[in-house]
Design a protein around this ligand. Sequence first.
Ligand code: ADQ
Length: 843
Amino acid sequence: MVLSTSPMVVVANRLPFILAKDSKGQLVRKQCAGGLVTAVAPVVVETEGLWVGWSGLHEEDSTGEIPEADPNDQSPTAGLKSKQVLPVCLPKKKFDDYYNGCCNATFWPLFHSMPDRAVFQADKWEAYRQVNEEFAMLTVEAVKKLVNSNPECIPLVWLHDYHLMMAANTIRERCDELGLPIKMAFFLHIPFPSWDIMRLFPWDDELLQGILGCDSVGFHVEDYCLNFIDCCQRRLGCRVDRQQMLVEHNNRSVSVHPLPISIPYERFVNLAEKAPQVVKNHDQEQLLLGVDRLDYTKGLVHRIKAFETLLQKHPEHIEHVTFLQVAVPSRTDVKEYQELKEELDQLIGRINGQFSTPNWSPIRYIYGCVSQDQLAAFYRDSSVAVVTPLRDGMNLVAKEFVACQTGEPGVLILSPFAGAGTTMHEALLVNPYETNEFAEVIHRALTMPKDERELRMKQLRRRERERDVNFWLRSFLKTVDCLSDDSVTQGRLQPLTEEDFSQFLSSYVTESSRLALLLDYDGTLAPIAPHPDLARMPSETRHVLEKLAHMPDVNVAIISGRSLQNVKSMVGIEGITYAGSHGFEILHPDGTLFMHPIPHEYEVQLETLKQRLQEVSTDGAWVEVKQTGITFHYREVTAAKYSSITSRAQEIFSEVGIKIHQSHKAYEARPPVTWDKGRAAIYILRSLFGLDWCDRVSTIYAGDDKTDEDAMRALQGMAVTFRVTTSQILRTAASHRLPNTDAVLTMLKWVERRLGARLPNNSNGFRQRTFSASSHGNHSPPIHPSTPQNRSRTNSMSKPMGEPTKQMMVITDKVYHDLISRKSSPPRCSSTSPPHSPTRSTV
Ligand code: ADQ
């Protein structure tokens, strides 16, 4: 018996049995076929765990007490007490949108690499997320239940399959809030597709982050693990370690594991030894067996066509071979499955009509569930099992067949597109799409000499005996360090080093590159502080920035939500471009000042807003006045006043006619013009390097805020972008994610080392610093982020981009300060602002 050091909460779409009402209206348990139940139910019984899942009944079916198992129940769930079960109850429509609309219509085909069959619908995806939330909340209840009965324990939450890829983050957040310690793992029973397929799903980034909410993620085989790691790296920009199979997300290392699922081997051997013979064939007759859920991934049509070809090409098998196909009805309310059934019915009818003789029919077809006894007898008495899915996570039938081969050894034919195909080496592998070859392989299996059959089957059985479901469970528990007799140290990705940036940047930023570094300030260069004035850049960052700012062919620009005056004084480094107020004011080092025009009417409104907000600047709320806007901060407001102050402030904004931009616990007024950090970033690059800046310069942008996303989007494909974030789930246009300001410093250090290694300036001024719009020249072209080859050198000398509609002037610092002080509102810590008001919203 496998012992877990943690009580386990299994969370799966379905309970391991379904509930139905009998003729007297009483609830009864009904068994359901399927790999997950066969493998996991005995484990939950043995570890006295809990199971969260859908019962088969909907909210409107007014449910009652879950009955205990029938005393004669022989199924894997017989030992599961009703108190170990937490049924998820949902309205029919919602469940249908989640289950049929998203799980079966989107994820099932997509993950099986059949994207043509996949449907992408935003409302179904929304239903999926909501239902995952419901599962998550019930799981938290299960965790509470376990912790209440044993306060010392750390429950192990084990999420299963493609139905529950978005539950982990909610469970984690809620348990954190309640102070409930947990470990959390996810296991996918179906294949994980390659990046090329995965990226077709429009919300793939959210989905990947959903899975990464767990500590440990398991797939059947290594290929699926590598696909997942690849997707995390390419789509989310996560740091990964393929050797150790680790993905870094949100400052956590998530471990990824190949965990090939298996079967309760001895149980099947016992069944096979005891089961009475079911199929009565004459001595010379061989039985060919197929057992599947009726699903388009299982390749039933291809298999039957191959059998037909066998009869055509090798008529000696006529009257000597019977093909028994057992198909469990599945998703019978879905049109595609109904059509598949019809196609099969017709195909089988046609072949039987063509080849049957008075005493023999080539295909026997059972459409329905069969008992485990019967199934074991089929497996035992068949000469050949044909397990040939077009795509399959693992496939347990192949393993069950092997376990039940207790008598005369048979042959297993297996598709390489099933997970089982990667470990069951002694099976005959066949590509199910190639009908002629397929027929030949069946012929080879039917005529294989006994010694070869014995040898192959012996090896197959030995492996499955050793690596049975308990081995799988032990391997899984080891990944989460829950094995009582074995302990492992959890892998962690090495802390981020400069070497990581070699991976991200070395092909883009070369020693001969001209570089533009565009950086946000708060949360990117300086850690977030309780008040804007306290957000200081660490001295090491300042030092590296200074060095970069003085390097030839490097242009640094700081783009901030602070006012220009303020960000300039906070950074205080000469020779760089400063953009304040989200890029509304831009000052180049040579004194060129750009100020985006602001409608006069808005300036008047702003003045009124400032006055009127005094009314609600109480109880911790305060107003921050900037050059181009106003920020109303309410983070410090007491709970009692919160709602009255925020709703009154909203009313004031609306009465004055200014739109609210929601920021972190603050409302911002911004000029009603289409100008943001993205437009500002492009403007800076154009004014420094000309219209064809993209050909001249390698650009790096780093930022932590929603407003930085505008720049990341604007620069997509033309720059390498970094988003500093610790969010569990975040959609970003950035190429990479960084955990904190330290990581930004590491990036700057890498750039400084990389560019510092180059030769000193040559005499023709090839590597000159560019300060103003007029000084750009013909420089080494950068490597485009999306194409690692050098772009062709642009010979045209583009003119600097002075935008005619914008105000632009060259001024001295003194003139600038005069200008600002004439125009500007009271200083930041005005009388309305408390000394320690918070400020993430200023960036
Ligand atoms: P499934 O797609 O359900 O599982 P599979 O692994 O073949 O596929 O398991 C089918 C199970 O159903 C077997 O245990 C089999 O005995 C049982 N079964 C099949 N036909 C039956 C019948 N007519 N009557 C009774 N029982 C029948 C998913 C993935 C697989 C993965 C499993 C486990 O699609 O790739 O192997 O989960 O992770």
